[in-house]
Design a protein around this ligand. Structure first.
Ligand code: NAP
Length: 289
């Protein structure tokens, strides 16, 4: 069974390939990259490299030849997300790919407050309508982004964010990568499933601040702020508008409890407990601090 991973130069793709290479001969693994200069580590591992850019369907000629199972890692682009995913799905289907594993976001829907959630939902619908086997991984926000959400809170002690008293569920990107590798190695066991990939516990931001304080040894207080204040802060720091809009929509979705769901599917695919928030933050904030 030949498996191809897109987004292979990114964090999730790279980690998935690492786990997958423990489950199958590396000769069965290919990676799709848009920039070969970023793929030396993959080449060194023995992974077969193919090129392709989600934005450019012409670039996919031969990219998916002989591939049985595709991991389509969602784009990191700010716009045309659905169109990019559609380009990949169309080319894969044309080449006879049998299974597509797609990375979406928790509770993706046509009404998602989080901007990419709508594009993910459109992609999910497109996959469902295209008579190709899929499982969809609706990933929780990565625990790895918590230091980024905290801004300078580790230094200042004040964590300003729009979340009110809402809860959010995080999952470790490394755990998600391992779960993806398990599914890629056995796609027949996951046909046309939609998985909410989350941990078994959601947290308010005050609770996350308490865990962060404990593991970092620095007192961090969560201070809720309104949406407009959050946007103004990002504008003052010179962020481009599309990035502000992406981050603000994510924060608004959290505040509306749209990313609060607990689920045991990640645990079930891993056949062990996923990493807890405390253990993950201990590693992440020790590095960040
Ligand atoms: P990442 O490190 O930014 O990796 C994104 C990967 O997608 C990179 O390999 C990138 O290639 C590739 N890519 C982007 N646009 C492409 C295009 N037009 N054609 C071909 N490849 C393209 O992100 P990650 O941490 O691995 O996360 C994977 C995905 O999850 C992201 O792309 C995003 O959709 C989503 N995400 C989720 C969370 C979360 O908290 N759940 C957070 C951030 C992002 P290059 O190396 O050439 O740029």
């Amino acid at each position: 069974m030949k498996i191809l991973i897109t987004g292979a130069t990114g964090n999730l793709g790279r980690a998935t390939i690492d786990f997958l290479s423990e489950k199958t001969d590396v000769a069965n693994i290919s990676a799709l990259v848009r920039n070969l200069d970023k793929a030396d580590h993959l080449k060194a591992k023995g992974v077969q490299l193919r090129t392709g850019d989600y934005e450019n369907p012409v670039s996919f000629i031969h990219s998916f030849d002989g591939i049985d199972v595709l991991l389509l890692i969602s784009t990191s682009a700010m716009e045309n997300r659905f169109e990019q995913h559609r380009n990949v799905i169309d080319a894969a289907k044309k080449s006879g790919v049998k299974h597509i594993v797609y990375t979406s976001v928790l509770k993706a829907s046509a009404d998602s407050t989080f901007g990419p959630g709508i594009d993910h939902y459109q992609t999910e619908q497109y996959l469902e309508g295209h008579h190709i086997n899929y499982p969809i991984f609706r990933n929780a926000f990565y625990t790895e982004i918590v230091p980024m959400l905290m801004g300078d809170a580790l230094q200042s002690g004040n964590w300003y964010y729009l979340a009110g008293k809402a809860k959010i569920n995080f999952a470790s990107r490394i755990d998600i990568a391992e779960a993806l590798a398990n599914v890629l190695a056995n796609p027949a066991g996951h046909i046309n499933k939609i998985y909410e990939i989350a941990s078994d516990k959601s947290y308010t931001f005050s609770e996350i601040a308490a865990v962060a304080s404990e593991v970092s040894g620095k007192e961090i207080v969560y201070i809720p702020i309104p949406l407009e204040a959050m946007k103004d802060g990002m504008r003052q720091s010179g962020m481009p508008e599309p990035v502000i809009s992406l981050i603000a929509s994510g924060a608004d979705a959290i505040a509306k409890s749209e990313l609060d769901i607990t689920d045991n599917m990640l645990e079930s695919i891993l056949q062990r407990k996923p990493a807890g928030l405390q253990d993950s933050l201990l590693k992440l904030l020790t590095i960040a601090g």
